[in-house]
Design a protein around this ligand. Structure first.
Ligand SMILES: C[S@@+](CC[C@H](N)C(=O)[O-])C[C@H]1O[C@@H](n2cnc3c(N)ncnc32)[C@H](O)[C@@H]1O
Length: 270
């Protein structure tokens, strides 16, 4: 399948990661903190990487942008996390936080929330240090390419983590399936895919710029995951608590998926 360069170019040229972080993750006003998304994702990530038993040597985060919340539980379960994204500005914004540079986005409200879920809100500074020590590389990635990390060839990862990326990088069912297969090339057989995002979103705004994701629904996900070479272990959905202002985004709920890349030599997970 041909890559849709117009979407990638849109993110490279028009996606302002700082506006995105302020709008969706800002302490007090962030949409994803007031509509239940952040609580839902943190809770499911915590379960997955503790009682869910998902751990290993290397995890790759696909399309991390400048966000760090998906590393908060994962950093306890992997020796190394490799962050990746298409956009230069998003990778730079992430590095600003990782290197504690002046003007970095303040994630402390989210980090405290994750620590509270893990049982000790007061350890949030240790948690930030742990994330900074575990995310060792920030690489360019394009999920529309058969090797998304081209020209690099990395050893296959134990786990892929990806939130709100595949649905924004694709425009229809075919390209969404293709992206799922492309990223699977980075994963060991039997390795885990931990993914999620929002349901029904065909439009969202960052600053003055509108983006047009592929609108995902539960039925599409239930079909796409097994048909692209993964065993679907969990698909959890919830409606949002507060509808987003229609000028900002038009999703109606959130989803979280735990899947495993098929390996004919492994027994099904019980
Ligand atoms: C809505 S943001 C999500 C960021 C982060 N994962 C989160 O959950 O907040 C979407 C990210 O996907 C990235 N992206 C868009 N097209 C991509 C592609 N073809 N390959 C990899 N990343 C892409 C964008 O640069 C952007 O950082």
């Amino acid at each position: 399948m041909e890559a849709d360069f117009s979407i990638s170019t849109d993110y490279q040229e028009h996606f302002n990661p700082r506006d995105y972080l302020e709008t969706y993750y800002g302490a007090g006003s962030g949409l994803f903190l007031s509509d239940g998304y952040m609580q839902f994702i943190l809770k499911n990530l915590f379960k997955t990487f503790t009682s869910g038993g998902v751990h290993g040597d290397i995890a790759i985060e696909i399309g991390s942008g400048a966000s760090i919340h998906t590393f908060l539980s994962a950093c306890e379960s992997f020796r190394e996390i490799i962050a990746t994204d298409y956009s230069d500005r998003s990778r730079r914004e992430l590095e600003t936080w990782l290197k504690k540079e002046p003007g970095a986005f303040d994630w402390s409200a989210v980090v405290k929330l994750a620590c509270e879920m893990e049982g000790d809100r007061d350890k949030w500074m240790q948690k930030e240090a742990k994330v900074r020590g575990t995310v060792k590389r920030v690489l360019k990635c394009d999920v529309t390419r058969s090797n998304p990390l081209e020209p690099l060839l990395l050893p296959a990862a134990d786990c892929l983590i990806s939130f709100l990326c595949l649905q924004v990088a694709t425009k229809d069912e075919d390209s969404f399936y293709c992206a799922l297969k492309n990223i699977s090339s980075l994963l060991k057989p039997g390795g885990y895919l931990v993914t999620g995002g929002v349901l029904g979103s065909s439009c969202y705004t960052v600053g003055k710029k509108k983006f047009s994701p592929f609108p995902l629904h539960k039925e599409i996900l239930e079909k796409a995951i097994p048909e692209t070479g993964y065993e679907l272990l969990q698909l959890i959905t919830q409606p949002h608590i507060n509808p987003a202002p229609i000028t900002l985004a038009n999703y109606y709920g959130h989803f979280f998926i735990l899947a495993r890349k098929k390996d004919d030599n492994l027994p099904p997970r019980t």
